[in-house]
Design a protein. Structure first.
Length: 251
């Protein structure tokens, strides 16, 4: 099945999202709640595009809209730009302390607006919650309602389900989740975790509970080698190289 995105024809599979089709075609659509790890959520609506399918033209969220027929898609029409400008304005009002939102606010030439909380950086994209679910920890979630809604641990206390992996902080587009690492300890979500130290390079590379959690989920024991990812890759590459040299010697 073929569709056209900004006039560029591309082949798609039925059910594929506009976002995935656009990325494969090399067409960039801005988004705030999409991740390669688990796709789109349709939360921020920043990826809105205009589509004409079956003679009906409308605005849709490209990260969740499934393609089912030949269509024309436009990613930068006046209507699309206006929607994105309004979205940025509202998100900036919620999270004015975010460098990303400050940048977008100026890029989209938004109207000046009074911020709700000048110290807030979270735009409620929920990527952190999805990342925590993907890890299998389920330590954080959206709490409260309306303008008071936010991401937190139960009762704003250290959650026993948190393994200190830091996936939530890493995926957060606005840097709203504080993560502190000092003297071999990682602090996040009201908890402090001892970090593992690489026996090869001496660098701290991850919270011990997170490493143990991954081992249990993958049923893979790496406890005999306390190596950081970089040193582990280096050791694996050296082993592969040794095998290749040995094969060459045999031939």
């Amino acid at each position: 099945m073929k569709i056209r995105i900004d006039g560029k024809e591309t082949e798609v599979d039925p059910g594929e999202t506009i976002m995935d089709a656009a990325k494969r075609a090399g067409i960039e659509i801005p988004t705030l709640c999409w991740s390669e790890a688990f796709g789109g959520q349709g939360v921020c609506r920043f990826c809105t595009v205009e589509i004409d399918a079956g003679g009906r033209r409308r605005l849709v969220a490209s990260c969740t809209y499934p393609l089912s027929e030949e269509s024309d898609v436009w990613t930068n029409t006046p209507a699309v730009r206006e929607i994105r400008r309004n979205i940025v304005t509202l998100l900036y009002r919620r999270a004015p302390n975010s460098d990303l939102m400050k940048k977008l606010f100026h890029e989209y030439d938004c109207r000046e607006i009074e911020a709700s909380d000048p110290t807030e950086s979270c735009i409620m994209c929920r990527l952190c919650v999805k990342a925590c679910e993907k890890v299998g920890a389920y330590a954080i979630s959206a709490v409260l309602r309306g303008i008071d809604k936010r991401i937190a641990t139960p009762f704003d206390e250290g959650s026993p389900d948190c393994v200190g992996c830091g996936a939530c902080a890493e995926i957060c587009p606005t840097g709203a989740i504080p993560l502190k690492e000092e003297d071999g300890r990682r602090e996040i979500w009201h908890r402090s975790f001892q970090m593992s130290r690489c026996e090869e390079c001496g660098e701290y590379y991850g919270a011990r509970p997170a490493i143990e959690h991954v081992q249990r989920r993958l049923e893979f024991d790496i406890s005999s080698e306390n190596l950081c990812p970089r040193c582990r890759r280096g050791k694996l590459a050296a082993a592969v190289n040794d095998v290749s040299l040995h094969r060459e010697e045999l031939t």
